[in-house]
Structures are given as C-alpha cells and as structure tokens.
Design a protein around this ligand. Structure first.
Ligand code: T4K
Length: 377
C-alpha cells in the first residue's frame, strides 16, 4: 500500500467555503461593530439556544472561561468531584475559581466518571460534581442527578466534546445545572475559538452575562468580580457559517467511524466504544484501546504509526491527577480504571474529509504493525 507523503493529522478543523465566511464578515464592516455582544454574537447565541438543550445560552470566547464562569456562578467555594480522564482545562477551571478538585475513578465502557464511586467522595465541603462527557459519550446523567439531589450538589457538565449529542432524543445540554460546550477549532462545531454555557433561568443568565463582562452593570457600577470572556464578531461569524454545515459534517464523520469499525473489528487486541441505541453521537473523536493481546503496547503503536506519517494522540494521558500540580492531592491516588484506560487509549485521525483510502491505509498499517510484531517476538 502506498505510503502517505503528507502527514495524516489527528484532526483537521472544518473550514466552510471561503466565500460564505467572506459574505458573513462583510456584515461586520457594515455594522462597524467588532465585539461586546454584537449582532452576529446575538444571532449565534439565539440559534444555539434552541439546539443544545437548556432554556438559555451564553456565548464565550473559549470553553475554559465559560467553565470558569459556570463554577464562579455557584457563589460558594469548596470541593468539586470530577474525573481525572479529561483535558487539563477541566481541572484547572476548578482550581482557578478557588475550589478543590476531588478525583473520582472512571468506568471502562464509556471512560466517564464512575457514578458508583461518586458518593464515597462526598464530604461536608462538597459543593458540586463536574463530570465530562468525554469524547462526546454521555455520562450516566440520571444517576448523577439522583446523587446531586440527595446531597444538594450542583452539577456542571463539561460537554466540551458533546455538541449535537442527544440522549433518549434529549439534547445533552438539558441535563445538570449548566453544561459547557467548547467551540475550539479542533471541535466538531467551532467558531475558531469559542464556548457556550447552556442552562435554565433568567437570573443565572443575568449573572453569567455580568461574569463574562467584568461584572459591568453600567459605566459607574460593577456588581461582581467578572472577567473578559466575550466572543467577538469574527468568531461568531465563523460559528454562524459553520452551523449551516454541522449536520453534514457529523454525517461524514459517522461514515468515517463506521468505515474504521468495519476494518478494526477484525484485529485482535483493538477495542473501541460500542454504539448505544439511546445515544445520538457527534463522532467528535475516535478513541481505541490497545489491549495486551495486540502484541505491542499503545506507545509502540503510536511510534510505529508516526513513522508512516499517521498522527495519533494519547488523549488523555497522563491523567490530570498525575500532573505535577495535582499529584499530591489525596484523591490523585488509586484511580486504577482511569490509569489503565489512559495507558491503553489512542485517538485515531478523524474529520469529515478523511477519505476511505486514508482510513484503509491507517487500518492496514495497524494490521501490518501487529503482524510484524508477532513475527519479531
Ligand atoms: N474541557 C475539555 C474536556 C476539553 O477537551 C477542552 C479542550 C476544554 C475543556 C477547554 O475548551 P477550550 O478552552 O479549548 O475551548 C486541543 C485543543 O486546543 C483543546 O481545545 C481541546 N480541549 C484539546 C482536547 O485538544 P491540543 O494541544 O491537543 O491541540 P493541537 O494544537 O495539538 O491540535 C490538534 C490537531 O489539530 C493537530 O493535528 C493539528 C490540528 N490542527 C489544530 C489547529 C488548532 C489544525 O490542523 N489546525 C488548527 O488550527 O489541544
């Protein structure tokens, strides 16, 4: 099989036809309004409100600041139970808002927080649970809701990967108190950089709008200690244009994922997360597990694939709990399932324009690497 001359990247941002973006940003020149809740920002916010599940939606310049605002909006500080199997931003948001992260192990079938291990971590300091719908696979939102009700905790979902995901025909942002979506360039839906909180209630909306704009009521009144987390008009323009293409992009990704599965299911030692009938997925990432029976470990497979110009990522290795800034926390110990998954996981290239030839090439190389390793051993 012919080698790839260009690197196959782990992800490629979706880019709409350039003329569509140019037409959209012409409006910015007409309006002479660049940021601070401009017309494109407001239009995008309204459109997304109806899609993501909450009654209200607030746009941000990125997902990290959105998550920080969500945590600040709780109004008290304390311990927040979260997963170690996530991007650093999840845990940083907890600490940067003056709270303490408490790591909970994950479950092997979804890589999400293990709902059977949350309650043993609840103390009188606990204020919230911050689960992540990692790779867009939904958490057990019903059980999490039950635990939160019982202990009077807030539930803030990190739904950074979960744009467009539905559970039992309900948009994923309808669950919990607040859900944060990331619109970073590498996400299924993006606005170059961007983020959004989906939630219910006008009072919370008022608070979040203050938090993202310096706490600014009017030129002479600052009510709370806010930040600057506003999405600008160029970002909103990209979001508006990309929104027109999102359904098609998700369909294309679904085809790529199904094609991967049809080839990988013949390889002993490669596992992937199975589809669930009640979940409408967005195919944001394609993580596989490299089991012992594959013959070589995940790191070797990644190195070998790189020699053939195939870029993969060890999302999420190391665990957040193993970063030097978090490893001394009591809850950073143990976490045996998360540790095992982090040691086996490999995210394969996935984007709408990835061709069947490229997927065939990647799968062929995985098979070839396995055969050679068996021969050498
Ligand atoms: N919570 C979770 C669970 C998250 O995963 C994230 C972000 C957040 C919170 C925070 O949301 P934001 O504040 O970011 O909105 C990337 C992203 O920067 C980050 O947004 C994302 N998660 C994380 C999982 O991945 P890197 O350092 O791995 O990305 P990078 O630059 O190596 O790019 C990945 C691939 O994409 C490469 O093959 C190159 C390609 N690429 C990338 C960009 C930016 C392009 O081809 N073009 C591009 O413009 O972090």
């Amino acid at each position: 099989m012919k080698e790839s001359t260009k690197p196959i990247l782990v992800t490629k941002p979706f880019l709409p036809p350039m003329e569509e973006y140019v037409a959209q940003i012409k409006e910015i020149w007409n309006n002479a309004w660049l940021t601070n809740n401009g017309p494109l920002h407001n239009s995008l916010e309204n459109k997304l409100k109806d899609l993501l599940g909450g009654e209200e939606a607030t746009l941000y310049t990125n997902g990290t600041l959105a998550l920080e605002s969500a945590l600040q909006s709780i109004g008290v500080k304390g311990e927040i139970i979260t997963t170690p199997f996530t991007f650093a931003a999840t845990v940083h948001a907890i600490v940067r808002t003056g709270n303490k992260p408490v790591f909970c192990d994950i479950e092997p079938s979804t890589f999400n927080i293990d709902v059977n291990k949350i309650e043993e971590l609840v103390t009188d300091q606990t204020i919230a649970i911050l689960p992540v719908h990692v790779f867009g696979f939904p958490c057990d939102v019903y059980k999490i809701n039950e635990i939160a009700q019982k202990h009077q905790l807030k539930v803030i979902y990190d739904a950074a990967h979960a744009f467009g995901v539905q559970l039992n025909n309900i948009p994923i942002g309808a669950f919990g108190d607040i859900s944060m979506f990331s619109f970073h360039a590498t996400k299924v839906f993006h606005s170059i950089e961007g983020g959004l909180l989906s939630y219910n209630g006008k009072e919370l909306q008022r608070k979040l709008n203050l938090l993202k704009n310096f706490g600014y009521m009017d030129p002479e009144n600052i009510e709370i200690v806010g930040t600057n987390a506003k999405m600008n008009e160029f970002q909103a323009a990209m979001g508006l244009v990309n929104l027109k293409h999102i359904n098609e992009e998700i369909k294309k990704r679904e085809r790529v994922v199904n094609f991967y599965k049809s080839q990988l299911n013949q390889i002993n030692g490669i596992k992937y997360i199975e589809d669930r009938i009640e979940v409408k997925q967005n195919h944001s990432y394609f993580p596989i597990l490299v089991e012992e029976s594959f013959g070589i470990d995940r790191n070797r497979l990644q190195e070998e694939l790189a020699l053939h110009n195939i870029q993969t990522r060890k999302y999420f290795y190391p665990l957040c709990s193993d970063f030097s800034c978090y490893q001394d926390l009591v809850s950073a110990k143990g976490l045996s399932v998360a540790r095992e998954i982090a040691n086996k996981v490999l995210v394969l290239p996935l984007y709408g324009t990835l061709t069947e030839e490229e997927v065939t090439f990647i799968c062929h190389k995985i098979k070839e690497i396995k055969i050679v390793s068996e021969y050498v051993l």
